[in-house]
Design a protein around this ligand. Structure first.
Ligand SMILES: NC(=O)c1ccc[n+]([C@@H]2O[C@H](COP(=O)([O-])OP(=O)(O)OC[C@H]3O[C@@H](n4cnc5c(N)ncnc54)[C@H](OP(=O)(O)O)[C@@H]3O)[C@@H](O)[C@H]2O)c1
Length: 260
């Protein structure tokens, strides 16, 4: 078994913390005793999550209402990430949306909003985190990517390309920060039961049940991988197996399989 890194003392900031994987990250980090900053757009849900975590785990919880698909929203959260008095030692870039429409069918503004959130916010918040964490000599950045980043997609073209960026960016940062005390991990889940697909109005009725993962298990496995130094984490044996196939098959065969 790989040795786990010691727990970090500072705050953990989770984007998209009110639902799905983000809520699972927030609960797990609170259970570890970490003080938390929760970020999302909907104040009432943030307050209710914060109250739950304070009651159950006796940790400090701050909430930040921010739309991370906007420059203003990113700036507010980046300022908190870089704030030295109450240092953020764990940044979980989790907030993200999907768009289940062929490229060209949805308004360009929707494609742009997806990139601004799924890629732009990861860029801006990581930039703030790297400077502050490097200066302290400790920290972890956890970027929630997706197995979609490893396969081309016809119906979610921009989403898949954005996640490929998140995974590659995380690998590059991990290389850059090796030896500084700052770890970087991209967690790449497969289909996970959350609000994600309903929000994207995706019809998932044809997705076989074995392909669905549980958010708590994805987060538990992803964080354990991150703490043992993994740069890319693919939770669950079934998706590890699928990705192995994607890596060994010729790309033309992968495209053929995905198009079916
Ligand atoms: N579910 C899957 O099958 C799956 C698979 C692989 C990867 N992922 C990735 O996992 C991450 C989390 O997805 P999820 O499935 O947990 O989604 P989810 O259940 O829909 O939750 C999304 C969270 O993000 C927040 N959010 C949405 N838009 C935002 C914005 N513009 N600014 C700030 N916060 C925003 C939401 O709160 P508000 O609406 O209140 O802002 C909510 O807290 C995403 O990056 C997604 O791409 C998901």
């Amino acid at each position: 078994m790989t040795a786990q890194a010691p727990a970090l003392p500072g705050w953990a900031l989770v984007t998209g913390a009110t639902a799905g994987l983000g809520a699972a990250f927030a609960r797990r980090l609170a259970a570890e005793g970490r003080d938390l900053v929760l970020v999302a757009r909907t104040q009432a849900r943030l307050e209710s999550m914060a109250a739950e975590l304070r009651d159950r785990y006796a940790v400090r919880v701050q909430v930040l209402v921010a739309d991370l698909s906007t420059a203003e929203g990113c700036a507010v959260v980046a300022a908190r990430v870089a704030e030295p008095e109450q240092p953020v030692d764990t940044l979980v870039n989790n907030a993200g949306i999907g768009l289940y429409r062929p490229f060209g069918k949805a308004p360009l503004a929707d494609e742009q909003r997806l990139l601004d959130l799924n890629v732009g916010s990861v860029l801006t918040l990581s930039y703030a985190a790297v400077g502050a964490m490097k200066a302290r000599g400790r920290g972890e950045i956890v970027n929630v990517s997706s197995v979609a980043g490893f396969v081309p997609r016809g119906a979610s073209t921009t989403y898949a390309a954005g996640k490929a960026w998140v995974t590659s960016f995380s690998e590059g940062l991990a290389l850059l920060l090796a030896g500084t005390g700052v770890r970087v991990t991209a967690i790449c889940p497969g289909f996970t039961r959350t609000e994600f697909h309903a929000r994207a109005k995706a019809d998932m009725s044809g997705t076989p049940s074995w392909m669905w993962l549980d958010a708590d298990r994805v987060v538990a496995e992803g964080l354990a991988d991150a703490r043992s130094g993994a740069v890319i984490s693919v939770p669950s044996k079934r998706y590890k197996g699928l990705l192995l196939l994607v890596k060994v098959l010729p790309r033309s065969v992968v495209r053929w399989a995905v198009s079916r």
